[in-house]
Design a binder for this molecule. Structure first.
Ligand code: GLC
Length: 797
């Protein structure tokens, strides 16, 4: 069943059936003021932190309530509805609704009994307040008396958890006031400054464009006893009773009674934010100018569409185009901005960036906005400890040079991270390399960047130390130790047990270091790295290969994880794909292991992280056992791994296979089976339940997942084959044989490239001829030096 479709030129996803199988959300704002909104206006807002700066309530895992509600009431008949289908939930035979999720804004359109409403929700660029603009049109032949009610449920205090559970305290620190055009909420108003943890805050909910007819600042008075958001007594009555909150639960509710002639439209604006009284007043006054919201929404489009325009593809596959051009790219920016902080699943409790998560997230935007990527990349490098390891969790207020580290009890207590993970710092290699090759900014290697705890070094030295960290943490057979975990949170391989995934990451790191050293003319390092690469290559060969596959690890007790014949978890995806990505496995062997993956791990919805799932035969550190079979790390389709799978097949030149995997887990391609998948067809989830589950194909943990960036890299570098190096750009598309031609427009180092790929022979990869502005190149490589401001590139496969 289909609930909506893509509008490619507008870069919107349009939901035409509001009864989606799950709340389908969008992100508004920036980490300074963030808002999440579902297609039924459920969701919440916060200043800086979902957990510590929560403005409005949202009850997780509970029917998508409450949210940013606008109620409409016919004052003659008493009938009422809402500008989003929920919370009132009118009969869909009579209530027509469309929700348009766009880049940084969401619009709800509704038609009900000759009234048309259009509610646009957004946070203006660089602002710390949000806007709900309502346009109301009388589409009937008779004049109408309509009441509009805006409603928001404030938290009693900014700490989300306290607001939810510490009721004997939080319910008695707040009150609301009415000030002409707004409800003002104060928290701890008798205090001048924070007392203990409790902060002094003021929030407001205001109305601009039309006068307030009645108001209410108390949730109980607004809703009435034994009622719900779907049938508030005050909306039913058509008037708010002016009750203000003094203890218990505050809210902001404002009512405007309007009369609309046939064909007449009115526009009004509700505003919400954490502001002082005078600031709120000034802001509301600004929105008396009715053109402002259109201008502000346009600014958002200009900003986002501008960023997204740096790569535009037109391939024969519409779903691929929707994702690469807009939605996967937009999701990459969202994960880049928000890490794993706040969604309808993450409550905002994680107070910082997961090291590996963010360093990987950065990869997803490098091809679109390398300079934005660079800022965060440097920030993450400054969270590397002086011995080369990385802080597993980097606090939002990270203070380079002064941070505690996992060796310190204080860090462990504060972050809950007991020790180092084996992979964290190694993610710097692909990310730094991507940035350098996208931009040509090799000088970055010489830039001084501080360490988290003390001291500073050039980036080049930081990378060297990341390698040292791994070399100083080797387990049995001299392979990299698994430590607290590697990329897989559920593998506790410990200080002596070893990770084959990390071995491949390290192997790849040597290669990147060799390239950097060569470029710098640092022969000693180049030689050392070459020797290390050879040495570890031999160890991998000896201990990480069994019969027909790369194993996943070796435990402290010398048990091999992931060998043929094991009753459970006998084949793991990541070591196979990474044997290719790391450059370790040559073509033929790579193809053989990937064929094994295809036979044993692939399913309708993607390849499983491993199989069979753990039930009875897990080793001691195999935490995946905690999950039901075919779920998450226990044999589920952990979607982040699909990006590596796609990349690996593309690197092997097998475009057909790469694209087959792509489509299996592509959200847009699953638009017609939204009911199975549940999640938004425009964003990736963390995982999909697989064959052991009675709900095969159901996906979970929307938006904030590393899937966004790995799949993006799988598409850009893999399928599209845009592979820059220091001096230019190599074009190595790996596409299905059925793609007879496609085009790409790419901004590369400030230059425009219009690339036409022709594939008359129906190949899956390879280049027969490449011309740039009519001049034939030696092979499939474009030296940056030949590029002009605008370039016509033709590649014949
Ligand atoms: C989650 C974590 C990530 C981890 C992955 C696999 O996505 O955020 O850090 O690598 O799970 O366990």
């Amino acid at each position: 069943m289909q609930y909506g479709h893509f509008d490619a030129p507008a870069r919107e996803y349009i939901i035409t059936r509001p009864d989606t199988p799950a709340p389908w959300a969008n992100y508004l704002g920036s980490p300074a003021y963030g808002a999440i909104i579902s297609n039924n206006a459920g969701g919440y807002s916060f200043v800086k932190s979902g957990a510590a700066g929560r403005l409005i309530r949202y009850r997780f895992n509970e029917q998508d309530r409450p949210g940013r509600y606008i109620y409409l009431r016919d004052d003659e008949s008493g009938d009422y509805w809402s500008a989003s289908w929920q919370p009132v939930g009118k009969d869909l035979d009579q209530y027509r609704s469309v929700c348009r999720h766009g880049t940084g804004y969401t619009v709800m359109e509704a038609d009900y009994k000759d009234m048309r409403s259009e509610a646009s929700y957004y946070v203006p660029m660089d602002a710390d307040h949000e806007v709900w603009r309502l346009k109301l049109t009388n589409t009937g032949a008779a004049a109408r008396k309509i009441s509009v009610f805006g409603f928001v449920e404030f938290t009693c205090e900014s700490f989300y958890e306290q607001d939810q559970v510490n009721l004997q305290y939080t319910q008695f620190i707040t009150r609301t006031y009415f000030k002409d055009q707004f409800i003002l909420q104060t928290i701890n108003e008798n205090c001048l400054n924070a007392v203990n943890e409790s902060r002094v805050d003021t929030r407001f909910f205001g109305l601009a464009g039309v006068p307030v007819t009645s108001y209410c600042g108390d949730r109980a008075a607004f809703l009435g006893g034994y009622r719900d958001y779907g049938n508030p007594v005050s909306v039913e009555k058509g008037r708010l009773d002016g009750t203000l909150n003094y203890n218990l639960n505050p809210c902001g509710a404002l009512h405007a009674a309007l009369t609309l002639k046939p064909g007449e439209s009115v526009s009004l604006v509700f505003l919400l934010g954490q502001k002082r009284e005078t600031e709120a007043q000034a802001l509301i006054a600004r929105y008396e100018e009715s053109g402002l919201p259109d201008q502000e929404i346009n600014d958002l489009k200009t900003y986002w569409h501008g960023k997204l325009a740096n790569l535009k593809v037109e391939t024969p596959d519409e779903n691929f185009n929707h994702m690469v051009n807009t939605w996967n790219a937009y999701q990459c920016f969202i994960t880049f901005n928000w890490s794993r902080a706040a969604s309808l699943v993450y409550c905002g409790q994680r107070n910082g960036y997961g090291y590996r998560d963010t360093v990987q997230d950065i990869q997803g935007i490098i091809h679109l906005d390398p300079e934005m990527a660079l800022e965060k990349l440097k920030f993450m490098i400054s969270a590397q400890v002086n011995h080369g390891g990385a802080l597993p969790l980097v606090k939002y207020n990270h203070n380079p040079g002064h941070e505690d580290k996992p060796e310190d009890a204080s860090y462990r207590t504060e972050t809950g991270h007991p020790s180092y993970r084996a992979d964290d710092a190694l993610w710097l290699f692909p990310t730094v390399w991507k940035y350098i090759t996208e931009t040509g900014n090799i000088a970055l290697l010489d830039e001084e960047i501080p360490y988290a705890d003390s001291g500073t070094d050039t980036l080049y030295k930081h990378l060297d130390k990341a390698i040292d960290f791994s070399l100083n943490h080797l387990g049995i057979h001299g392979l990299p130790a698994g430590l607290h975990a590697d990329w897989n949170d559920c593998l506790r391989l410990g200080a002596n047990g070893v990770s084959v995934f990390v071995a491949f990451q390290l192997y790849y790191a040597f290669e990147i270091m060799i390239r950097c050293a060569r470029h710098k003319g640092d022969a000693a390092t180049e030689k050392r790295m070459n020797e290390l690469k050879k040495k570890f290559g031999a160890i991998i060969e000896e201990y990480c290969w069994d019969t027909d596959r790369f194993v996943r690890g070796i435990t402290e007790r010398d048990e091999v994880v992931g060998k043929p014949g094991d009753p459970e978890a006998s084949l793991w995806l990541n070591p196979q794909s990474w044997s290719i990505i790391s450059g370790f496995a040559p073509q033929e062997r790579g193809k053989a292991v990937m064929d094994l993956v295809y036979r044993q791990l692939n399913t309708t919805y993607g390849a499983r992280i491993m199989a069979p799932s753990y039930r009875r035969h897990a080793f001691d550190g195999a935490l995946a056992l905690l999950f039901n079979p075919s779920t998450k790390e226990n044999g589920g389709i952990f979607l982040q791994t699909q990006g590596w799978l796609i990349l690996a097949e593309a690197l092997l030149g097998r475009g057909g296979r790469a694209f087959e995997y792509y489509l299996e887990s592509c959200p847009a391609a699953q638009n017609p089976i939204a009911q199975t998948r549940l999640q938004e067809p425009y964003v990736y989830s963390q995982f999909t339940e697989s064959v052991d589950s009675p709900f095969e194909g159901r996906s979970h943990v929307h938006w904030l997942t590393g899937t966004a960036s790995t799949v993006m890299v799988g598409c850009v570098e893999g399928i599209l084959g845009l592979r820059p190096d220091i001096h230019g750009l190599r074009l190595s598309p790996a596409v299905p044989a059925s793609w007879k031609s496609f085009t790409m427009e790419k901004t590369f180092r400030g230059k425009k490239l219009r690339i036409q790929v022709q594939n008359p022979q129906g190949r899956e990869s390879g280049c027969r001829k490449l011309t740039v502005n009519g001049v034939e190149m030696k092979d499939n490589y474009i030296p940056a030096s030949v590029l002009k401001a605008e370039n016509e590139v033709v590649l014949e496969m």
